[in-house]
Design a protein around this ligand. Structure first.
Ligand SMILES: C=C(OP(=O)(O)O)C(=O)O
Ligand SMILES: [Mg+2]
Length: 577
């Protein structure tokens, strides 16, 4: 039995066999053949099995991904079945006497280098990755090495890997994948966020879980505490089965609140809304009783595509979300690319500190044609629901004014062309940079609302990278400095008659919720899977008592631990339920 500790990323307990999502070792010495015809047959067989596998992956992906996302597998098939590519392999076998795997590797490397060097053509550069993917699969077959493939999983497993990319997580089939654990990442890394929207128990940042287990080992993932136990003894399995049953019983109790108001015991109401990444997340938002969408992370629309999504494609996605929510508000954040979110087709400069660099609104204002397209799509969709537009990473008022001017200009053009646009669209900003938080009183005069992005606000306030497990001890949501910033933003908005929401992960953090209730945060936006437990917690709190708690925390506590202890001493029994 081996116990690892990481960061609890998504609630719940999973107990299942390990599926290792690790890059297989495909290294080998280049070799020669003595029977070219036999090598060509081996090559053809490997190509044929690979193409059947890619067809299967494509069919599976089409069930859970959009057609466009599944189209990447068409690109893989056309590379694999390209006669020019195959001729190049065969030439190497026949004319240079390479064995099949060496012929594939030599040819692939040549094409990959050629495509990678096309610096002015990002589309072709991206194809280099496709060639590597496809030829690795063929080489694996020739070497008799098993390729891990999430979409082929058809029995209950927990997935262990170095990291899970957004497309890995999109391929997870919840019927079979009961949980996952990764080596890297933090609570706000995107694999963690995806695990919560999929409602799969997950632990991230374990440092070496992918190297600590063998495929098929029994593994427990405790997404409540952040523990991973490999090959547990019988007694441990039994204890975790009980913990799992307790958790499921609590979940069933929370489910009763799906249509309830979000109200404290002394009758104060709040708005509990969901964070989504794609229209597919609407189902989870509705099932969990979301009163709206507090953050639609539109960058996933861009990340899941091979090229810039067109105005029409964006319009369709925004319209779907707005129509689905109907009267309920939808806060759409303009694209937040950069940091850890890159687009293969939008080359960004190499940076020492990408989180402090060219990202989000900074890209939108430097390449306004990108932002204008998105704004037009949003404005056109605005008549289908209750739209609120939000700009990410605003650091000063000049940026907000520039961004707002783009909205006004695009709106005027559309109206001139006779296109209907709603006239009650609120325009707000994310507060995720301390400079904006400090000047919230000035911002509050010009914006319609704030939404506090604690994922970034904490990392910038504490100077602790949100992705880096080595400094995760400094990533302190309850640090009094962070809490004072949050409180001052809420107060500043209220002075101007505006509202403040929070769409960072702190909004659904059960230790933070009592404090946020006390501060009078108006809207709590979180992973859909956290909504019901938060509604349950809220219903047992008294707003007036939480105001005193905040007062005490902000005047008497000097450290994050002191705040957490104070909250638990005061309302710990309610939090633990
Ligand atoms: C919600 C936030 O944005 P993201 O996690 O997408 O950076 C945040 O920073 O809190
Ligand atoms: Mg952010």
């Amino acid at each position: 039995m081996n116990k690892l500790n990481g960061i609890a990323a998504s609630d719940g307990i999973a107990i299942s066999k390990a599926f290792l999502l690790v890059e297989p070792d495909l290294s080998f010495e280049l070799g020669k053949n003595s029977d070219p015809e036999a090598e060509v047959t081996r090559l053809e067989d490997a190509i044929s099995v690979s193409s059947t596998e890619i067809e299967q992956i494509k069919a599976k992906a089409a069930e859970s991904l959009s057609e466009e996302e599944a189209a990447v597998f068409d690109a893989h098939l056309s590379i694999l079945l390209d006669p020019e590519m195959k001729n190049a392999f065969v030439d190497k076998i026949k004319e240079q006497s390479y064995d099949a795997q060496s012929a594939v590797r030599e040819t692939a490397d040549m094409f990959i280098t050629m495509f990678k060097n096309m610096e002015d053509n990002p589309y072709m550069q991206e194809r280099a990755a496709d060639i590597k993917d496809v030829t690795d699969r063929v080489i694996a077959h020739l070497l008799g090495v098993q390729m891990p493939d999430l979409s082929t999983v058809d029995e209950e497993v927990v997935v262990l890997g170095y990291d899970l990319t957004p497309s890995d997580t999109a391929q997870l089939d919840k019927r079979y994948v009961k949980g996952f654990a990764t080596d890297i990442g933090g609570r706000t890394s995107h694999s963690a966020i995806m695990s919560r929207s999929l409602e799969i128990p997950a632990v991230v940042g374990t440092k070496d879980v992918s190297k600590s287990a063998e495929a098929g080992d029994l593994v427990i993932i405790d997404g409540l505490e952040g523990d991973v136990i490999i090959n547990p003894d019988e007694e441990t399995v039994k204890a975790y089965e009980e913990k799992q049953a307790d958790f499921l019983a609590k979940k069933a109790e929370w489910a009763q609140l799906v249509n309830a108001e979000s109200k404290t015991a002394d009758g104060e109401t709040f708005e509990l809304v969901a964070n989504i990444g794609t229209p597919k997340d609407l189902e989870g938002a509705n099932d969990n009783g979301a009163e709206g969408i507090g953050l639609y992370r539109t960058e996933f629309l861009y990340m899941d595509s091979d090229q810039m999504p067109t105005e029409e494609e964006q319009f369709e996605a925004y319209k779907t979300v707005l129509e689905d929510m109907g009267e309920r508000p939808v806060v759409v954040r303009t694209m937040d690319i950069g940091g850890d979110k890159n687009l293969p087709y939008l080359p960004l400069p190499e940076e020492m500190n990408p989180f402090l660099g060219y990202r989000a609104i900074r890209i939108g204002l430097h390449q306004p044609e990108l932002l204008r397209t998105q704004l037009r799509a949003l404005l056109r969709a605005s008549v289908y629901g209750k739209l609120r537009i939000m700009f990410p990473m605003i650091s000063n008022l000049a940026e907000f004014r520039q961004a707002k001017a783009l909205v006004e200009e695009e709106k005027a053009k559309l109206v001139d062309d006779g296109v209907p646009v709603a006239d009650d669209i609120q325009i707000g900003i994310m507060i995720e940079i301390p400079a904006a938080a400090v000047l919230a009183d000035q911002f509050a005069k010009e914006v319609d609302f704030f939404s506090i992005g604690t994922n970034d606000l904490i990392q910038y306030t504490m100077a602790a990278d949100r992705m880096n497990e080595h400094v995760s001890y400094l990533y302190q949501p309850y640090n009094p400095s962070v809490l004072r910033l949050i409180k001052s933003v809420i107060d500043a908005s209220h002075k101007e008659g505006k509202w403040t929401g929070m769409c960072g992960e702190v909004a659904g953090d059960q230790t933070a919720v009592p404090l946020l209730v006390g501060m009078g945060l108006d809207e709590f936006s979180m992973s859909a899977s956290s909504i019901l437990k938060t509604r349950s917690l809220m219903s047992k709190l008294n707003k007036s008592e939480m105001e005193s708690l905040v007062n005490k925390a902000l005047t008497e506590c000097t450290t994050s631990d002191e705040v957490a202890n104070l909250v638990h001493d005061t309302v710990g029994d309610i939090i633990e339920g």
